[in-house]
Design a protein around this ligand. Sequence first.
Ligand SMILES: Cc1cc2nc3c(=O)[nH]c(=O)nc-3n(C[C@H](O)[C@H](O)[C@H](O)COP(=O)(O)OP(=O)(O)OC[C@H]3O[C@@H](n4cnc5c(N)ncnc54)[C@H](O)[C@@H]3O)c2cc1C
Length: 529
Amino acid sequence: MTVPLSRGSSRDGVWKNAVLLCRGVDAFGRPRKEGRSLAATPRVWRSINEIARDGAKGWRKAWMGIDRTKHYDVAVLGGGNAALCAALMARSAGASVLVLEHAPIAMRGGNSRHTRNLRAMHAAPASVLSDSYPEEEYWDDLLRVTGGVTDEKLARLVIRESSRVMPWMAEQGVRFQPSLTGTLNLSRTNAFFLGGGKALMNAYYARAERAGVDIVYDTEVISLDLEGDCVLGAEVLHEGVESTVRAKCFVAASGGFQANIDWLKEYWGEAAENFLIRGTPYAKGGILRDLLSRGVAPIGDPTQFHAVAIDARAPKFDGGIVSRLDCVPFSIVVDRASARFYDEGEDVWPKRYAIWGRLVAQQAGQIAWSIIDSKSEKLFMPSVFPAIRANTIAELAGLLGLDPASLEATVKAFNAAVQPGKFNSQTLDECRTQGLTPPKSHWARKIDSPPFIAYPLRPGITFTYLGVKVDENARVIMSEGRPTKNLFAAGEIMAGNILGKGYLAGIGMTIGTVFGRIAGREAARHAGN
Ligand SMILES: Cc1cc2nc3c(=O)[nH]c(=O)nc-3n(C[C@H](O)[C@H](O)[C@H](O)COP(=O)(O)OP(=O)(O)OC[C@H]3O[C@@H](n4cnc5c(N)ncnc54)[C@H](O)[C@@H]3O)c2cc1C
């Protein structure tokens, strides 16, 4: 159920917390963190004033909607795919479950609501999946993209379990559909969600509400009270008022930190201001940072992220899939100086699309342009924004703000290097350049048929790789190597255990679903003991 905001506040408890707040300590008796003092949180003052003004009515109104007298078995921190899988599994095992989602109801579901598919192992055609996708092939694909930066035991666990998740997802109300043409050729390996990630998340939330999972929105988990190996409670902020949630077990499923531009700046400097965040603005990494600061073992390179080239006209956050640009393999990509900087035809797009965000991030001003001609226009799914068109390369350069002579010279040099060959957009064809640096290894055709077409590219950050270390029971591991007693993690916050670098389309949702299910099951089991 969705918990009403005024539910079950106890006047004594409110008063106690108000006193603690005023004394400058939090509900755990620790000194309040800098930057979250009462003076720095005017909304807290507002609530305290409301209490003083309106008496008992104010107490109820000002306090958050969680039943603070209730001691949940499992508190799930986050509200995306991994969180809901954990919540549903824990509830079905008989645990009382609370989901704490930072986003408001209309934006619930994190990055998961932007997704379209998940990658699943299968021995024979199953549901919407064709042919077979055996464990060894899945493992080889993962090895190739990660370069071996993966925990084989956990990776194989995800791969094997992926063969079991689709029937369970269907039971929760998720519907599948065959892949559309032009969607990175994934019909064999990836199952697409009918209605996309939004429909999937709505199905999970509806099922969770029916099953009696308590859900609170607009509620940010600020920190966990981790004492030794055990989490005693979670400090949460709702409408400017801090409170403590107590539970026997906690599941951290709060995604990455890609929406925290200041954190990204620690590694990327001012360039991070030019990054566009493809998903939720709520992925600020607060829980991740808190856990790492309390001695939880980190996993994954903090400086790295998954990024794709997206239309530079996309909004700063939440642009989603419609701004992705798949024209790169059929184009040349140039920087501000109209120079090419990487082999656009290196490999088939599903295996290479994920490197282009980082490549553009490394260019001056974090901007580039993908240029094709009319021959290639129908070969890829277009951006939601209109293409920029011109009848000559010089005119196109003018529209893009590039130097016409430089762009003409780049196109001329490229055209001169193109070798004759049979073009095939679906395979690694024989159309390549010769004597050009960088080369274009496949799909190299002369750019000579007007109209000439361009899309501006910026790095679109999908998720960060830094996370927390877990074991095969989704239990979070401390830096000294011992597992925590009652803290589990699932989804993006622990994906770095399996995906140390690179990306395999659809594996994000697979990791979240598999580990969400494990975390929910294990948390319920632990709470029952
Ligand atoms: C545009 C786009 C398309 C994608 N397409 C695919 C795809 O087709 N297939 C695929 O496998 N992967 C895809 N991905 C990656 C995929 O979205 C992630 O791997 C997956 O959604 C991660 O799930 P999660 O539950 O860990 O995180 P999320 O879904 O991001 O959920 C995190 C949740 O935590 C909440 N939260 C964060 N901080 C706090 C806090 N302090 N307190 C309380 N709540 C908090 C957020 O509000 C959010 O609800 C895509 C990503 C994007 C951006």
